[in-house]
Design a protein around this ligand. Structure first.
Ligand SMILES: Cc1cc2nc3c(=O)[nH]c(=O)nc-3n(C[C@H](O)[C@H](O)[C@H](O)COP(=O)(O)O)c2cc1C
Length: 213
């Protein structure tokens, strides 16, 4: 496993990412719909012979950003030492991310929100007010796919779930090459029976992989 100092060094040297995909799922429910969907996207990625890995945010002990701003100098989060410290290197070295979140109260889950907030360390800020900013991850060909799943039937019921992932990912410098919104799924793992949805998730994975080839 890479040490925090080697991550900081690699990041400061602005190493380019590798052609691999990292999937991040934000549901607290093991073997739930988000897990099924993430596995399906990554099957599509593997089908195109692109390396991939997956992280279940519920399995890593981490907390939300505390706003200490130590990352302004260090260019990585050094204010907290937790599960996120272990996965920053994977984020930096993976050219593509797949984010999957169920809708919780019209939005992403608190796990996914905390994860996205912890990517704050990748921003560079100037000393102007309001501070001009750029992302350390920009202009490196990074891509993302976003998936949301909810129980109810309409876009209104899903609320901001996709937007809450899209806007920050784009700000960080990821090109979102595909999104999927899945409705009317409540029971754990029930999305497996949604043939069309499962096919689309697989295709999204294939399309993502093809952007990296
Ligand atoms: C705390 C909580 C809040 C939820 N809020 C919404 C909601 O706002 N809209 C909706 O359509 N479904 C909502 N749901 C239902 C989930 O989005 C749905 O069951 C989804 O399939 C769960 O995916 P998972 O198995 O990956 O956890 C909520 C579920 C929970 C537990």
């Amino acid at each position: 496993m890479k040490t925090l100092s080697s991550i900081i060094k690699a990041n400061n040297e602005n190493l380019l990412p590798e052609n691999k995909v990292l999937g991040i799922a934000g549901s607290p429910r093991k073997n739930g719909n988000s897990d099924v969907l993430l596995r399906q996207v990554l099957k599509g990625v593997s089908h195109e012979n692109i390396e991939c890995g997956a992280i279940q945010l519920r399995d890593i002990q981490f907390q939300g950003c505390i706003g200490c701003e130590k990352c302004r100098k260090d260019k990585i989060c050094t204010g907290l030492k937790d599960g996120m410290s272990l996965i920053y290197s994977q984020i930096i070295t993976s050219k593509a991310l797949v984010l999957v979140s169920p809708t919780h109260n019209y939005n992403i889950t608190s796990w996914m929100k905390a994860f996205i907030d912890r990517l704050y360390c990748f921003y560079n800020f100037e000393n102007t007010r309001p501070r001009a900013w750029s992302s350390q991850l920009a202009d490196q060909g990074r891509k993302a796919v976003l998936i949301a799943v909810c129980e109810q039937e309409t876009q209104k019921d899903m609320g901001f779930t996709l937007e809450a992932m899209r806007v920050p990912m784009e700000a960080l410098g990821y090109q979102v090459i595909g999104e999927q919104a899945i409705f009317r799924i409540f029971d754990r793992g029930k999305v497996k029976e949604d043939t069309e949805g499962m096919e689309k998730a697989f295709t999204l994975g294939q399309n993502l992989a093809k952007t990296l080839i």
